[in-house]
Ligand binder design. Structure first.
Ligand SMILES: [Zn+2]
Length: 328
């Protein structure tokens, strides 16, 4: 079942400290539209190709160079390939192998999502908000990098998943988003200080069922009641590109989500199709691309002093690994 891994493959792609995996916020432009706009803003497209990896041919890897000379990698749409199921084709593994080899230190991911907020009124997270998430629901696909030193962890080392999304970069992103909220182009900027938003990825190939959403709302409401002195918890349903492997590789993750719809079944009168199409084509792309190009060209690599992204990895005593079957 598992595809053959070729460990002899050598990386021959671009080197960069910054990468973007942003997808649906830019779907209103398509890949060509994004690149055309980047070029008009002084960026150079240095290369665009699918690279060899130990797991097969990677998704498209675009090497962009900012006007100030900074190298940036853009892998469109979370590494998804048209018509292919990402799990079957190991897209995530291919992408993470590429950014590990490229030396990426900061990974930016923009997604769009449905919101399942159990609260009512203006306080609730709604379509048109931009969310800087608090946490996420781990999934079986949030694993290591097969065939590399990052495949497994337990006996060698351990890392923790507190603040999985770089708080330092989140603060920077919130300040960049604020003018868009003030001008009414987006509704509100939601940070973990006002609502603890957890990201959930649908387990199937479409949106969740009515029951799935009620399940998560019940969990969120009850969890919020457990911690009444902390910001309420709600769930956001969309993408969540392996924060676990990012941390294992020592990469700071800047994740943002543009809320495009209420989660399925939440608002009977809500037409998901028309809301998504309008926001995707008319609202999100201009804001997302402008923010991405500015931040990718200018944001720093955090030194780790204000986040756990690169500091939560702890090395285990060697005797732990001596307690397992040794590799042949
Ligand atoms: Zn960080």
């Amino acid at each position: 079942m598992y595809p053959k891994i070729d460990p002899t493959v050598e990386y021959d792609g671009p080197v960069a400290e910054f990468a973007s995996f942003t997808g649906s916020p830019l779907w209103g432009y398509g890949i060509e539209g994004v690149l055309e706009r980047a070029v008009t803003q002084g960026w150079t497209v240095s290369s665009r190709e699918r690279l060899n990896t130990p797991y097969g041919l990677s998704p498209l890897v675009v090497h962009l160079v900012a006007a100030n000379g900074r190298d940036v990698i853009w892998i469109p749409s979370y590494g998804e390939v048209l018509g292919e199921d990402s799990l079957y084709h190991l897209n995530f593994e291919k992408c993470f192998w590429v950014i590990w080899q490229a030396g990426v230190k900061v990974m930016m991911v923009g997604g769009t999502s449905g919101i399942a907020d159990w609260r009512q009124g203006d306080i609730a997270v709604r379509p048109g908000d931009v969310v800087l998430p608090w946490s996420f629901y781990t999934r079986p696909v949030h694993r290591g990098l097969p065939g590399t030193q990052f495949e497994s962890m337990w006996s060698k080392c351990r890392f923790l998943l507190g603040d999985p999304f770089c708080p330092e970069l989140q603060t920077l992103m919130a300040s960049k988003l604020a003018p868009y909220a003030q001008s009414g182009q987006i509704r509100k900027v939601r940070t973990p200080a006002d609502t603890r938003v957890a990201m959930i990825v649908p387990e199937s190939i479409t949106f969740e069922s009515d029951f799935d959403i009620l399940h998560w709302m019940a969990v969120s409401k009850m969890a919020s009641e457990f911690q009444p002195d902390r910001p309420p918890i709600v769930t956001l349903h969309g993408d969540c590109l392996n924060p676990l492997l990012s941390r294992y590789l020592g990469i700071h993750v800047l994740y943002y989500h543009m809320v495009s719809n209420y989660a399925h079944g939440l608002e009977p009168e809500h037409d998901i199709h028309s809301t998504i199409n309008h926001l995707y084509t008319e609202v999100f792309p201009e804001i997302a691309l402008s923010l991405e190009l500015e931040l990718l060209a200018s944001m720093p690599v955090p030194d780790g002093g204000g986040c756990q992204c690169t500091s939560s990895l702890g090395v285990a005593p060697p005797v732990f690994s001596q307690s397992l079957t040794q590799p042949a």
